[in-house]
Design a protein around this ligand. Structure first.
Ligand code: PEP
Length: 251
């Protein structure tokens, strides 16, 4: 069944103490979150164990923001999917545009990361989305199609059932610009059609597809009302418990 998910990507923000305070505030106010909305937080790696403790006993799920494309070994500075699963992560964000842009993450690497995440029982939140010039040139469908085909089309239908997709137009991330409801719905429906053609109607219908890009309390309600938008991947607005909770209440 398709799930409603509101996930907070904290990126490289907050000290451990600030992160624990934020997570504790979310935990204390979790009763404000509708029963059918799954709340996920993705703090920096070094916060994960402390945040796991702060949200223990609640239904808030823990996500990492990345994982290695190798299972273990001499890869200085990397963190393996198995390590993340071992400390209680249920999700991992993969293919975020900041990783693609600033750290040269490619489809080939992402295929490996997704395979390792799945092997270790993590649910990837796989991010796709076009750059501003690609949107202006009318290439957004082609870009998103390639990102989906190159990374997800080698999966089985069973594996695809564990993937969450986040459509995040790069021009909307952290810019204050948001895709219009129509722009977002159009791409979400397009993604679902791609999945239906490849994996079948049931997998496509059950896949949770999130919108990300300057989603905030003032625009979440109308975005989430679109038939193919199943929640949000939230950056800036996830750093304030009040805003993040307000977004979660926008269904
Ligand atoms: C993100 O980076 O995943 C994101 C959606 O950021 P923001 O909400 O700040 O645009």
């Amino acid at each position: 069944m398709r799930r409603k998910i509101v996930a907070g990507n904290w990126k490289m923000n907050t000290t451990v103490a600030e992160g624990v305070a934020l997570a504790s505030e979310l935990a204390a106010n979790f009763n404000q979150v509708p029963a059918d909305v799954n709340l996920v937080v993705a703090p920096p790696f070094v916060h994960l164990t402390s945040v796991a403790e702060a949200i223990k006993g609640t239904k808030i799920a823990l996500s990492a923001q990345n994982c290695a494309d190798k299972a273990k070994g001499a890869y200085t500075g990397e963190v393996a999917a198995g390590m993340l699963a071992g400390i209680g992560c249920q999700f991992v964000i993969l293919g975020h545009s900041e990783r693609r842009q600033y750290y040269g993450e490619t489809s080939a690497t992402l295929v490996e990361k997704i395979a390792l995440a799945l092997e270790n029982g993590l649910q990837p939140i796989y991010c796709v989305g076009e750059m501003k010039d690609e949107r202006l040139a009318g290439k957004h469908f082609d870009v998103v199609k390639a990102q989906i085909e190159e990374v997800l089309f080698g999966l089985t239908a069973e594996q695809m059932g564990h993937i969450v997709i986040a459509y995040e137009p790069v021009w909307a991330i952290g810019t204050g610009l948001t895709a219009s409801n129509e722009q977002a719905q159009e791409i979400h429906a397009f993604i679902r059609k791609l999945l239906a053609d490849k994996f079948g109607a049931k997998v496509a219908e059950d896949c949770t597809i999130l919108y990300g890009g300057s989603c905030k309390p003032s625009n979440a309600k109308e975005l989430f009302a679109q038939p193919d938008i199943d929640g949000g991947l939230i950056g800036g607005a996830s750093l304030k418990a009040e805003d993040f909770l307000a977004i979660a209440q926008s269904y």
